[in-house]
Every structure is written in C-alpha cells, then in structure tokens.
Design a protein around this ligand. Structure first.
Ligand code: CDP
Ligand code: MG
Length: 168
C-alpha cells in the first residue's frame, strides 16, 4: 500500500479569520506531511477548474457559481498533504461539509457552526473554512491542478522514522 497525496485549501474565510496556523497544526499533529504549500489568490477561470461541473450535478448550478465567487474572495493557503490513507484521514480531521453537523474535534466542527439551511435561506455559500479532496479521483485532478512537480518536496519527518518503520 502506497502513501497518498491530497489537496487542502484554507479557504478565504479561514485566512481572514487568522486560522491558518490552527488549521495546519491539526494536520501536523496527526503526522501528515506537508509536501507543498503556498498562498494564492485565484481568478474565476482557475476557480472553475477547481470546482468542476460535477459540483453543479451534486448541488446545483447556483451553489457552484457561488463557490467560484467564494474561493476568489481573498487569498487561500493551498497545501499538499502526504500520508497513509491521507485522503480519508484528512477528511476525518476536516469534518462534515455542514459545520453544524461536523463533530467537535474536527476543524469545521470546532471553528464554525453554520448550517446548510441557514446559508441557503440567506443565499450564502456554506463558509466552512477548508477544502480537502473528497476521494482518490478528485485528489488526482486537484493536486496537479494546484502544484507543479517542482513545488512538491520529498523529505523525512520524525513520523516517517518513528511510525513507519524507518527508526530501529
Ligand atoms: O467541501 P466538501 O467536499 O465537504 O463538500 P462538497 O459537497 O464537495 O461541496 C463543496 C463546497 O460547496 C462545500 O465545502 C461548501 O462550502 C459548498 N456548499 C454550499 O455552499 N452549499 C451547499 N448546499 C453545498 C455545498
Ligand atoms: Mg468536495
């Protein structure tokens, strides 16, 4: 079984709420390795490549259009995390899509509480602080969309040595 890579974005609401550090700490504490990281202010064209047509199939065209605006409202912090089962583990740390449903201990559960119904009734996007690739298929598209090969780095962490058998 190979280690996986997944894309994480601290969305504009997370950046302007000064939560970048607290969010990154959750992943570092779990032993996930940050192999790429940068701050980017995306334009509409790029946002459309990230939030692809399948979002409209899942949630409707309005949600997709609003999301394209939301992700461009300010800079985001983009990172690639690497680890065993990294896609699922990252989603577990992030929590459910709607912060009112997200468990305490998750990023969305601890730092937000808005519900889908409230956001919909006010015609707002669900501001949930963070994006994480939903599955292997999404990660395969999203990681190379945001990061070139030379923006990702290979190095050893203490977790590699202690937890993954490289420390004897
Ligand atoms: O982000 P996640 O993978 O958990 O959810 P998604 O189903 O891929 O939806 C992407 C994003 O759309 C969510 O993170 C919300 O910010 C937003 N969304 C929304 O604003 N209103 C909805 N009814 C559903 C999703
Ligand atoms: Mg998703």
């Amino acid at each position: 079984m190979e280690k996986e890579r997944t894309l994480v974005l601290v969305k504009p609401d997370g950046v302007v709420r000064n939560l970048i550090g607290k969010i990154i700490t959750r992943f570092e504490d779990a032993g996930l390795k940050i192999i790429g990281m940068k701050m980017v202010w995306v334009n509409e064209n790029f946002a459309k490549k990230h939030y692809r047509e399948d979002i409209a199939t899942k949630h409707g065209e309005k949600v997709r259009n609003d999301l394209i605006k939301y992700i461009g409202e300010g800079p985001v912090v983009a990172m690639v995390l690497e680890g065993v089962d990294a896609i699922k583990v990252t989603r577990k740390i992030v929590g459910s899509t709607y912060p009112n449903d997200a468990q305490p201990g998750t990023i969305r559960g601890d730092f937000a509480h808005i519900s889908k119904d409230y956001a919909n009734s006010k015609e707002l996007s669900v501001k949930n602080l963070i994006h994480a690739s939903g599955n292997e298929e999404d990660a395969k598209i999203e990681v190379p969309l945001w990061f070139n090969k030379d923006e990702m780095h290979s190095y050893k962490t203490v977790h590699d040595m202690v937890c993954f058998g490289e420390f004897k």
